[in-house]
Design a protein around this ligand. Sequence first.
Ligand code: AMP
Length: 215
Amino acid sequence: MNLILLGAQGSGKGTQSALLAQRFDLEPCASGDLLREAMAQGTPAGQQARPYYERGDLVPDELMVGMILERLKNLTDAHGIILDGFPRNHVQADVLDARLAEMGQAIARVIYLEVPRALLLERLSGRYICRAQGHVYNIKTNPPKTPGICDIDGSELYQRSDDTGEKIQHRLDIFFSETLQLTDYYARQGKLVTVDGTQSIADVNYAILVNLGAA
Ligand code: AMP
């Protein structure tokens, strides 16, 4: 089973992706994580992507698609993949469908986590992430017990370089003007499931499982 989690920044894709990956033994694949890894390692793709990433712009399709296709090559042994942050436009969605078809596979469901912009802004501007494993906190709604330290693994918490001020607005603008159009694309394929992403983590997860016929 191959799934896509579609949603704006701060809609809870990463959190739900981890839960679903565990539940269905899927390979999690977050395009933003792939980019951050490539940038940290200083690979040629990472170096090319950095200026776009830092501005909060979409990284050029050929660069992003190349990284995702590389990741799909290793998919053969897994039960499936769960994509988070990819595709983000029609070009990427078309390439993904074509590549999966070549592999004799397809996307089973696309889960759209719907959250209003005001709540996304609140979540993103207070978001802190742990260095070791990416656990997510929010200084207002879900603070760590000790400021600056992850409750789970004790590592340092940091704010992403693109989770600040105007960059957040810019990234959300791109989501609502460009990426959101993919809901129509997948609705036409009969694959779209829309879930209210304002609920608690457990309730969002339950709603997804119900829609997948697995609750
Ligand atoms: P994310 O962690 O998903 O919020 O992604 C962080 C940043 O990585 C985005 O603002 C883009 O610069 C870049 N990025 C992630 N996924 C994609 C994608 N599918 N296409 C283009 N750029 C992307």
